[in-house]
Write a protein that binds this ligand. Sequence first.
Ligand SMILES: [Zn+2]
Length: 231
Amino acid sequence: MMNDQLEKHYVIRVGWLRASVLGANDGLLSTTSIVIGVAAADPSRNAIILAALAGMIAGAMSMAAGEYVSVSSQADTETSDLEREKRELAEIPEIELQELAKIYEKRGVSKETALQVATELTAHDALAAHAHDELGINEITQAKPFLASVASFFSFLAGALLPMILAIVAPEKEMVYYQYGFSIIFLMILGAISAKIGGSSIKNSVLRICFWGTVAMVITALVGHFFGSVN
Ligand SMILES: [Zn+2]
């Protein structure tokens, strides 16, 4: 019982932690790329700070809005599935019971035990049993649109804070190099953390994020530099 609770909390925490690290990654990389693009075209501090601020707020808002919309549609699907399940349990309880027993049989339980378990769980809370074992809806996976969008908003903001601070304090002439240098260090740290959380190879995760981070920032710098020179 105690281990179960701990494991459940660990799984929930890992889910949120991973989403936050990925959100911070987005905030860091997209805001730094915007700032590098602008700094390559026009190194004035005001333009750079404005770009960082606009990138940070616009990115955080769009992440939050996108997350809210996508998780809300997941929540809508779950709600309509549960409504249909409730109806079926009222209209065809015998068939639903057999269906639940079949699920346990497929998991390797004997026919008699499966029917026994299904009968007892149905007597206890039929909808909860079907939601959990037939629809796969449980408190760990249940969609929480508002929570997910707030988590996305703040994790993006946390990632974008670094390029924002650098836009204020780094020397204007070397802005592009400061932004690139510091963000690669932070991307490596975030890459290592998300690999650690996900139990995957830290080396691969760090190399991948450094490579794609560099590609994103170099392309934006080239575009900024090109448009800066034609102006
Ligand atoms: Zn069912």
